[in-house]
Design a binder for this molecule. Structure first.
Ligand code: 13P
Length: 338
């Protein structure tokens, strides 16, 4: 384990005014995204799509500190033969890799899931480091409903996250630890606070037990928001206040950075909430690690047509710039007019 490299990578991932592009959709997820824009999902279209984002020079150089890749993408080459990893590195951004194998039903706990992927992870890490990855991602999924999450589900997921984090660090790869509390339910914001609090407390207890080097980790959490089906809305200021209060109670100061998932929030909503959070004084650098909130606009603009690439790149650059500003607390609604 190279602790200096871990610290350097983690700091780079949360460099001021920059954030992470989560482009690690599995083949199934990217197919769903492509279906929505009537694009066939095959190795070439997936390559073309990701290539134009990684070639968006302004976005990548100024606002994107790191890119999370999927196993297929980390091995792919651009049309001209340049490895996609190289395009990312040339823009000054850090390549990362999603290493979990997705969720499976949690035996004896109907409705709950746990994340698979520890088998053979040690060996795979060696290869990913050689391919250029300097950080990794593992996503645990916790749902809120009547009678869940259970402590058994929270514990099983966090123990896997801790094991994954320890394996990453042995290979000098920074683990993004992502315990996502879903915002899909009909719960109110207080219930989201309560569940996320239980999840983060348990997570840091497990990371502590596994002797994970916190200075070489990044937390990727959900914000504290009301469930989508609750019919309730909270202002960015309310979300920020509760989210920051929660982190103060649960996230050790040794953790260098927090990079949020967007989790189904609208593009501008995710930006406005991040901005409001960054109006608070905090001991961590707090930024974005967005998938949908960065890519929905460029995906739509592209729609699989080469001729649309400049417009799609402009859409991606705009969202990256808006979120870069939000990561400093400098975003304003008026700036949304391109
Ligand atoms: P979303 O921002 O679309 O939630 O994706 C982020 C991510 O990487 C989830 O694991």
């Amino acid at each position: 384990m190279d602790k200096d490299l871990l610290v350097k990578t983690a700091k780079g991932m949360v460099a001021r005014g920059k954030g992470i592009l989560a482009a690690d959709e599995s083949s199934g997820t990217i197919k769903r995204r492509f279906d929505a824009i009537n694009v066939e999902s095959n190795a070439d279209t997936r390559r073309d799509y990701r290539e134009f984002m990684f070639r968006s020079k302004d976005a990548m150089k100024k606002h994107i500190s790191g890119v999370i890749l999927y196993d297929e993408t980390i091995r792919q080459k651009a049309k001209d033969g340049t490895p996609l990893v190289k395009l990312i590195q040339q823009s000054g951004s850090i390549p990362g890799i999603k290493v979990d194998a997705g969720v499976k039903p949690l035996q004896n706990y109907p409705g709950e899931v746990y994340t698979e992927g520890l088998d053979g992870l040690d060996k795979r890490m060696e290869e990913y480091f050689a391919l250029g990855a300097r950080f990794a991602k593992w996503r645990a999924v916790i749902d809120i409903g009547a009678g869940f999450p259970t402590t058994a589900c929270i514990r099983a997921n966090n123990q896997a996250l801790a094991r994954y984090a320890a394996i990453c660090q042995e290979h000098s790869i920074v683990p993004i630890v992502e315990p996502e509390v879903l915002m899909d339910g009909d719960h109110n914001i207080e219930r989201c606070y309560e569940v996320t609090e239980a999840v983060l407390k348990s997570l840091y207890a497990e990371l502590f037990d596994a002797r994970v080097f916190l200075e070489g980790t990044i937390l990727k959490p959900n914000m504290v928001v009301p469930g989508k089906k609750s019919g309730k809305k909270a202002t960015p200021e309310q979300i920020a206040e509760m989210t920051v209060k929660l982190f103060r109670q649960t996230v050790p100061v040794a953790v260098p950075g927090i990079a949020f998932l967007s989790g189904g929030q609208g593009d501008v909503e995710a930006t406005a909430n991040l901005n409001a959070i960054n109006k608070h004084d905090m001991p961590w650098t707090v930024t974005f690690s967005y998938g949908r909130a960065l890519q929905a606009a460029p995906q739509k603009a592209w729609s699989g047509k080469a001729g649309n690439i400049p417009t799609a790149q402009a859409a991606f650059t705009h969202r990256a710039r808006m979120n870069g500003l939000a990561a400093r607390g400098d975003w304003k609604k008026e700036l949304e007019k391109m």
